[in-house]
Design a protein around this ligand. Sequence first.
Ligand SMILES: *Cc1c(COP(=O)(O)O)cnc(C)c1O
Length: 391
Amino acid sequence: MLPNKRGYFGDFGGKFVPETLMAALNQLELEYKKAKKDKKFRVELNYYLREYAGRPTILYPARNLSQVIGRGKIYLKREDLLHTGAHKINNTLGQVLLAKRMKKSRIIAETGAGQHGVATATVAAMFGLKCEVYMGSEDIQRQRLNVIRMKLLGAKVVPVETGSKTLKDATTQAIRDWVTNVKDTHYIIGSVVGPHPYPAMVRDFQSVIGKEARQQILKLEGRLPDYLVACVGGGSNSIGIFYPFFNDKKVKFIGIEAAGTALKEGKHAATLVKGHTGILHGTKSDLLQDKFGQVDIAHSIAAGLDYPGVGPEHSYYKKIGRAQYFAVTDKQAMEGFKLLSQVEGIIPALEPSHAIYYLKILKNRLKKNSIVILCLSGRGDKDVDIVSKLI
Ligand SMILES: *Cc1c(COP(=O)(O)O)cnc(C)c1O
């Protein structure tokens, strides 16, 4: 079972952090190990996932979309229907329960699209914990509605003005805060990134997506799907749906990254497609870097994909050929966005709109009866501002 004891998925992962954080990471790892074995913890987490977040989510047979694509049977795993509007709440619920076990009174988080910030502020409000969310000032502009939401939920939103003023810089600031306040603070990372044990822990919390989808498709179709398709930012909704199918070798995994405006320096966020191995935010993985090894600025129309790194487990899946990764441009994502809205009456977030567009390309590999499950990671309410400006 991966990762190994030192937190490695093959060559990727590990813990590259200052000495002051080692104790906190070890405490988190130990507590998480105990919690995983503790029936009470699992019952409590399942309770909140069900009664608060709204699980299980529907596996929707998208007949109209399938017809437009022209081949194959497409199902949507409707994570957009969850409380707060995206898959992020699966992870924040798990981590807030861990924070409670560790008796931490303060929660910090980083956020890009604002979805993780909202999901964190939400659970902090419910469990009565203090909450501060780091967010790039560029993203604050782009995701105004989510900023208001976080404030209404009682969280403090801390603008980050350094670097590209997006998710990468917010993450760096959050890590800095954690170093200083590690005693009473738990840092809820929003994706399968960061130092061990985060990539494995967040994957486990998000695996509920794939576990449900597996049972649901077996019940509906009597067999496993041929393809799983999901968008990849940090990589949590995709790993969440992929991982429970890891040993089902016939199920193909396809991750879709953001090609932005072009696959050129500073214009995209296609980390697995274009990046190189390096170290960012405490983990060894693929990342976008220039010829001097400096981390490149990422770009995507979807704030949730706008990150120059990616979870180490994805780098591993790519290396061993378990998953394939492709990139879809801003423009194509807009097409995917419009398509799903218009044929199914479901307004998707811009992030999974990348995956929706890719179905048009995947079509060439599909047979009439191929089954495809696409992870619809979130709803599009947060993006209507951006989209309406572009139409
Ligand atoms: C944050 C976000 C993503 C990207 O994050 P992953 O960790 O790659 O899943 C994708 N879709 C939505 C709706 C998001 O909010």
